[in-house]
Write a protein that binds this ligand. Structure first.
Ligand code: IMP
Length: 432
């Protein structure tokens, strides 16, 4: 395979950054194509913990070209700060390794304020957003009023467009949301500075990507959030505002379908987590759920929020597989299940006396579903030092085999701890 798409197969936080970091060893290019700094990819290298929100995690390996393409919404302040942090931590010797699409839309301070004020207004009905302005920035894009990275490079044009946008957004903030608007100068000055700092990175990333495809480079597409947060196919309205399934690899980069052989790898934890509101059929509000939070360190890397936890949901996984055309799985955090006996997999839902074997897209149905579990023997061993499939306890191998059987997908990779080396590559996706 020349290209691999890394797709979150749950509600985000599956460990995609980790998998990208591992596969980057063999790739020349890594691409972020949707979402924004609502994502937080945590990578542990030696005793350094790096959290990336916008720059693809491929940056942590020397020499890789990292693209932030048109489908991403970019908060330039966050990007400038992230680049500075990468430099001071010794991971970015040369800014030539990062390229930013001139067509990516900008997150402006009013987007963030609208996001936060709206959530307050929703009260108990809140979505539980990350408060980073993602939704409002995509709204401006869709209503054809957004400001793009390219505009940052044209200060006079930027000023004109910003003035028009401020008028509308300030009126909305003040009259509808009861907040305080922004002055033009308040935004203009810092954004002029970001423009200067980012100017050297801005490019037509669609053309760059095409050139890499023609050269035969191996390319990784780093998805953000998870399939069940997809704007169209997720648990709407408790979703994010972008397409998190594989289709946005094309629309979010400008790469044509069929331009290169691509394999979609779905990343899933060995259990399930969710941050924010919305239905979650296998959620555990009991000591097992607490244990998953503690053993798995289940606190958001962007907002620090405690994640909701539950058993692995095969229906949700099969739904994600169907939506993205997954060809294999990367199973993360299997070590967290050590000490639980039995371990469970949700294999069906009960809904008003009916047995469902497909994930229902309708939120009203989903919120009334009771999972039906299959129990498998657990294991007590600490898996942190295991490096070969054959050295895994039999119960773990049984668990993997059952997940493969129920999803019809091979487990290609697995992680058994937070560190870079704590992984087993069962089958290298690039070699398929
Ligand atoms: P937004 O993307 O900030 O608008 O948030 C919408 C929903 O997506 C909320 O439930 C968030 O918790 C969730 N979300 C957004 N980004 C991530 C992520 O990277 N991991 C997990 N959940 C996320």
């Amino acid at each position: 395979m020349q290209g691999i798409g890394i797709i979150g197969a749950q509600w985000g936080d599956e460990g995609k950054g980790r998998v990208v970091d591992l596969l980057t060893e063999q790739a020349q290019v890594v691409v972020r194509y949707q979402g924004g700094n609502n994502a937080g990819h945590t990578c542990v290298i030696g005793n350094q913990k790096i959290v990336l929100h916008l720059v693809p995690s491929g940056i942590l390996r020397p020499g890789r070209l990292c693209l932030i393409t048109n489908g991403v919404v970019v908060n330039p302040q966050v990007l400038v700060e992230e680049i500075a942090r990468l430099k001071s931590a010794g991971f970015l010797e040369n800014e030539d390794r990062i390229r930013l699409s001139d067509r990516a839309h900008l997150i402006l301070p009013y987007h963030q304020r609208i996001d936060v004020l709206r959530e307050e207004r929703r009260g108990a009905q809140k979505i539980g957003t990350t408060g980073r302005g993602i939704g409002p920035a995509y709204e401006d894009k869709a209503r054809r009023a957004g400001l793009r990275v390219g505009d940052l490079l044209e200060p006079e044009e930027f000023k004109k467009k910003l003035a028009a946008n401020l008028e509308e957004n300030n009126a909305y903030i003040e009259k509808i949301l009861g907040g305080k608007g922004f002055t033009l100068a308040e935004i203009l000055e810092p954004f002029r500075e970001y423009g200067e700092k980012l100017r050297g990175l801005v490019a037509d990333t669609s053309r760059l990507l095409d050139a890499e495809v023609k050269k035969g480079s191996r390319i990784l597409f780093e998805g953000a959030q998870g399939s069940l947060l997809d704007l169209d196919h997720g648990t709407y309205p408790y979703v994010t505002s972008s397409t998190t399934t594989s289709g946005s690899i094309f629309s979010g980069t400008g790469l044509g379908f069929g331009r290169l052989p691509l394999l979609m790898v779905g990343v899933t934890k060995a259990y399930t987590t969710r941050v924010g509101s919305g239905p979650f059929p296998t959620e555990l509000s009991d000591p097992v759920g607490d244990r998953l939070v503690e053993a798995g360190g289940e606190f958001g890397s962007t907002t620090g929020r405690r994640r909701r936890t539950g058993w692995l949901d095969i229906l949700a996984l099969n739904y994600a597989s169907r939506l993205s055309g997954l060809g294999g799985l990367a199973l993360t955090k299997i070590d967290v299940l050590s000490g639980l006996d039995p371990v469970r997999l949700a294999v069906a839902y009960r809904y008003r006396g009916e047995r469902l074997t497909e994930f229902p897209a309708d939120l009203k149905i989903l919120s009334q579903c009771e999972p039906e579990y299959e129990s498998l023997p657990g294991w007590q061993e600490n898996l942190g030092s295991v490096r070969r499939l054959s050295d895994l306890p039999r119960a773990v191998r049984n668990y993997l085999a059952r997940v493969e059987e129920l999803t019809g997908l091979p487990v290609l990779l697995m992680s058994l701890g937070a560190e870079r080396g704590q992984t087993i590559v069962i089958r290298d996706p690039f070699s398929l």
